[in-house]
Structures are given as structure tokens and as C-alpha cells.
Design a protein. Structure first.
Length: 234
């Protein structure tokens, strides 16, 4: 029986929703974040505001929230040539992937998370990856993460479970899940405090939250919010 979880928490909408999901299910939840020279580094500040909001507004979860682990993965930024780690225009490569794809990012994130979970006696790793409504990143695919779960278990000689509660739902249903977990209070917390914009704009407020409004991450978030608010979903 699994009682503890470690959540990959970036400060974004998806990982914040997964953090609430884990707090609703497990007795003890720790978090891990990564500073890899990302262009939207403001998300690391947003992490702290989400933590503060969860502790203040959801005391039944606050008691379950354990240690936060922040790792410096600056090397990932050094070996990447992407629009997430460099000041360049967002575009699509010849193979169809956006140049916001950071090769190996999620593989490294989960590997480091597993190493910490091993030391902390945690068997569940939780990530906000999604294959339904995403940018096509291969390291977000369900098959990739299932294979990684097996690899980590073999490599560390310990059974790990990788949970991806958003894998088969779109952004509108992610907002719905947020409401189911914590009501309109949690929706407002994540709308205002989580960060998705690839360009790091956390000063321009839209109905769906802060962002530039034009990068792929903002477009997905705006589309999801519109679907969530659509009368047809009521």
C-alpha cells in the first residue's frame, strides 16, 4: 500500500493540479522542483505562492505537505538549444516538434525524483504530463513514462509507481478536476498564482490567468479555460 508521494511541481497549472490531487489521496506528500535556466523562471516564484495558498486555504492538506526539494539542473540549460532556455522565437522544427522541447527533460526530472524518493522512503512519483492536449513532447507520452517506471524500479531495485492523473484529459477537464478537488477557491488560487507562459510573462492578467496570451502554453490554457467555462459543460 502506498502512503507517500513525491510530486514534480514546477509552479505551472498542471503540476499544481497534480499536487492537489496527491494531497487528496496520500497521507504524506513531498515536492520537487528544478531550476534549469528556464526562460520562464518566474514559475519558481509562483511555486512559493501556491504553497502559501495551499497552507492558508486548505488546512486539511497543509498537514500532509512535507519537504520541498529544489535542485539546480543548470547543466540541462547548457546542453539544450531551445526556446525554453534561450531568448529565441518559438517555432516548429522540421519534424513537427516545437523548439520549446527540451530533450530528456522529463526523463532527467523523474530520475532525480526517484533518487530522492528512494532516500525518503517514497514509492509514488506524480507528474503533470498529458498526451491528450499537449505540444507533442515525446517524453510526455504514456508509453515513455510506463517504460521509465520499469527502468527506475530495476535500476534502484525498488518498486516505483509513476502517476500521471492528467494523461488522458484535456485542459478544460483539468480545470474541472481542480474544482472537484478544492472548489472555486482552488480554481482561483491556480488561476492567479500558477504559471504556464513560456515567455515568463506574469504581469498581464487574462480571464484564465497571467501570461503573454500568444505562446503555445498560453493558447492551451486559454482554450482550456474557455471550455471549462462553456455552458455546454455545466
Amino acid at each position: 500500500m502506498h502512503h507517500k508521494a513525491l510530486v514534480l511541481f514546477s509552479g505551472g497549472q498542471d503540476s499544481a493540479t497534480c499536487l492537489a490531487w496527491a494531497l487528496d489521496r496520500y497521507d504524506h506528500v513531498e515536492t520537487i522542483g528544478f531550476d534549469y535556466g528556464q526562460r520562464h523562471r518566474v514559475e519558481l516564484d509562483c511555486r512559493q505562492r501556491v504553497f502559501e495558498g495551499l497552507r492558508n486555504e486548505f488546512p486539511h492538506w497543509a498537514a500532509k505537505l512535507g519537504q520541498d526539494h529544489m535542485l539546480d539542473l543548470g547543466l540541462l540549460g547548457q546542453i539544450s538549444d531551445t526556446a525554453l532556455t534561450d531568448e529565441k522565437a518559438i517555432s516548429f522544427a522540421q519534424g513537427g516538434l516545437p523548439n520549446t522541447f527540451v530533450p530528456g527533460r522529463n526523463l532527467l526530472f523523474f530520475t532525480f525524483a526517484a533518487a530522492i524518493a528512494y532516500r525518503r522512503g517514497i514509492s509514488v512519483l506524480v507528474g503533470g504530463m498529458c498526451e491528450t492536449d499537449y505540444s507533442g513532447y515525446p517524453d510526455c507520452r504514456d508509453d515513455t513514462l510506463k517504460a521509465l517506471q520499469v527502468t527506475l524500479g530495476l535500476g534502484l531495485d525498488q518498486r516505483f509507481v509513476i502517476e500521471t492523473p492528467l494523461m488522458w484529459i484535456d485542459k478544460a477537464r483539468t480545470w474541472q478536476l481542480t474544482e472537484q478537488l478544492g472548489g472555486t477557491g482552488l480554481v482561483e488560487l491556480l488561476r492567479l498564482q500558477s504559471h504556464s507562459c513560456y515567455l515568463g510573462d506574469h504581469s498581464t492578467l487574462h480571464a484564465w490567468g497571467y501570461g503573454c496570451g500568444s505562446c503555445p502554453a498560453c493558447e492551451l490554457r486559454a482554450k482550456g479555460w474557455a471550455g471549462y467555462k462553456s455552458p455546454s459543460r455545466a
